[in-house]
Design a protein around this ligand. Structure first.
Ligand code: NAD
Length: 482
């Protein structure tokens, strides 16, 4: 069987290379994290499929590059239209495949996926100013030229959202693409490939290959005939990719993990702070940006904990297809065991677990209860490691200087949240926090014009607006003498 029926659509389980469906002799099994339902056997690529996909993308590159931003924009807008028309199928597919909320996909995620494509298509047309300036009578002409074949490697926690943050600017810049989605969530990328075909995007411009990171992933990033690697995933994988890329000096963009601080200052609106704090459980904690280290000023800690407790106990865990569900399961048994391992070790160390701390036995399967660890020992792994599950730590602090030092005392620098009733007070903190994105009195507001990325081990490079094109394009200056 080369197709499976999910959400009323036929999803091809093979690679999409050069506009054709291509199967591999070997497959891997894909199941739903909601209830373990068997979804299908997916083609498991290796070196030869990586070679074929890169060759197809290379062959398609000159014509795609020559089309120019306007020509590409027409096709990319058509693709975005098709994403909108297929919102229901894409939403159901993503929920079945990765267990995140159907209602979020329908109302938030899939409209944003279409927007990711439209935004970068338009940015390439309207905002990449081909600057001209004079130097001693000579004219400098700056341009963003297509760079070649971009390999995009993505994780499972927000499959199509994260993939289109890369696909949008790469295709708009005139690059051709080989996408390898995570092996736990292969389906939406496969359906997306069909939409690119329907949109009239020429064969070979967009390719999807399926399989394991250590097999086809490694083959792609070590390939000598690629021009860009854009990776979202974990720090250990990024190190392996960076070593492979070094041999060919392939430029890399890395969006990696986090252990973000959320700081609740003494002057904070505590209802707002508690509301933002429970949002850190969104997507069952499988969010790179989550503020998983909550620092609360000691004078308001009890009141904050009470309000947080009221809101956290109202979180409804269950089937992500149910409109009333707030959080669903963990993605996979391997990941569930990893999350549980962190919590079990914290318990064994004697850390105080206030909420959850165990699998949700009523639901069974991969559902782990939202968990809160109170005042864990400084430096213990529950405070320092990225767990990527529904596990928050809550600590108290006395002074701004102390909380700044503790908040910055991590190898990560992806995001931070500050809650304060006084903008100047908040600014004193945000000025010295090390993070790619900081939210004050809010969370998860993301504008595609703004830079997005991580400091320290949370990443290399920034996405958003012209920052994306600075990576996917070859930036060129042509100096012309009069
Ligand atoms: P992961 O690093 O295990 O895998 C990510 C992708 O890399 C998968 O497609 C995988 O198959 C592939 N891969 C694995 N080994 C490879 C190799 N040797 N060569 C090439 N590709 C390889 O990460 P994950 O578990 O899928 O995702 C969770 C991580 O992603 C967390 O650390 C999370 O914080 C991070 N993340 C970061 C952002 C961000 O924007 N900064 C967003 C989402 C997730």
């Amino acid at each position: 069987m080369t197709t499976i029926s999910v959400a009323g659509a036929e999803i091809d389980t093979r690679h999409y290379i050069g506009g054709q469906r291509v199967s591999s002799a070997e497959t891997f099994t894909n199941t739903s994290p909601i209830d373990g339902t068997f979804l299908g056997e997916i083609s498991r690529g290796g070196q030869s499929e990586a070679d074929a996909a890169v060759a197809a993308a290379r062959a398609a590159f000159p014509a795609w590059a020559a089309l120019g931003p306007q020509g590409r924009g027409v096709l990319l807008h058509k693709l975005a239209d098709l994403i909108e028309e297929n919102n229901e199928t894409l939403s159901q597919l993503e929920t079945m495949d990765n267990g995140s909320l159907l209602r979020s996909h329908r109302r938030g995620v899939m409209p944003r996926v279409a927007m990711n494509i439209r935004f970068f298509a338009d940015w390439a047309i309207n905002e990449l100013h081909h600057e001209k300036f004079e130097t001693r009578g000579h004219t400098n002409n700056v341009s963003w030229d297509p760079s070649g074949v971009a390999v995009l490697i993505t994780p499972w926690n927000a499959p199509l959202m994260l993939a289109t943050w890369k696909i949008g600017p790469a295709l708009a810049a005139g690059d051709t693409v080989v996408l390898k989605p995570a092996e736990w969530t292969p389906l939406s990328a496969s359906f997306f490939a069909d939409l690119t075909k329907q949109a009239g995007i020429p064969d070979g411009v967009f390719n999807v290959v399926q399989g394991y990171g250590k097999e086809i992933g490694s083959a792609l990033v070590a390939h000598p005939d690629i021009n860009r690697i854009s990776f979202t995933g974990s720090v250990p994988t990024a190190k392996v990719i960076a070593r492979a890329a070094a041999d060919n000096l392939t430029p890399c963009s890395f969006e990696l993990g986090g252990k973000s601080p959320m700081i609740v200052l003494e002057d904070a609106d505590l209802d707002l702070a508690a509301e933002i704090a429970v949002e850190q459980y969104d997507n069952a904690g499988q969010v790179c940006l989550s503020g998983t280290r909550i620092f609360v000023h000691e004078n308001i800690a009890d009141e904050f904990a009470k309000k947080f407790g009221e809101k956290a106990s109202a979180i409804k865990q269950g089937d992500p297809r149910d409109e009333n569900t707030d959080i669903g399961p963990q993605i996979h048994q391997v990941h569930f065991d990893r999350v549980k391992g962190f919590v079990d070790r914290a318990k064994a160390e004697g850390q105080e677990i206030v909420w959850g701390g165990e699998p949700n036995d009523e639901l069974g399967g991969l559902f782990f209860k939202p968990t809160l660890v109170k005042n864990p020992t400084e430096g213990s792994e529950i405070v320092t490691s990225e767990i990527f599950g529904p596990v928050l730590c809550m600590m108290t602090f006395k002074t701004d200087e102390e909380v700044i030092e503790r908040a910055n005392g991590t190898e990560f620098g992806l995001a931070a949240v500050v809650v304060s009733g006084n903008q100047e007070h908040a600014k004193k903190i945000t000025d010295v926090l090390v993070a790619g994105t900081i939210w004050v009195n809010c969370f998860f507001v993301r504008d595609l014009r703004a830079p997005f990325g991580g400091s320290k081990k949370s990443g290399i490079g920034r996405d958003g607006g012209t920052w994306s094109f600075d990576f996917y394009a070859d930036v060129k200056n042509t100096v012309v003498s009069p």
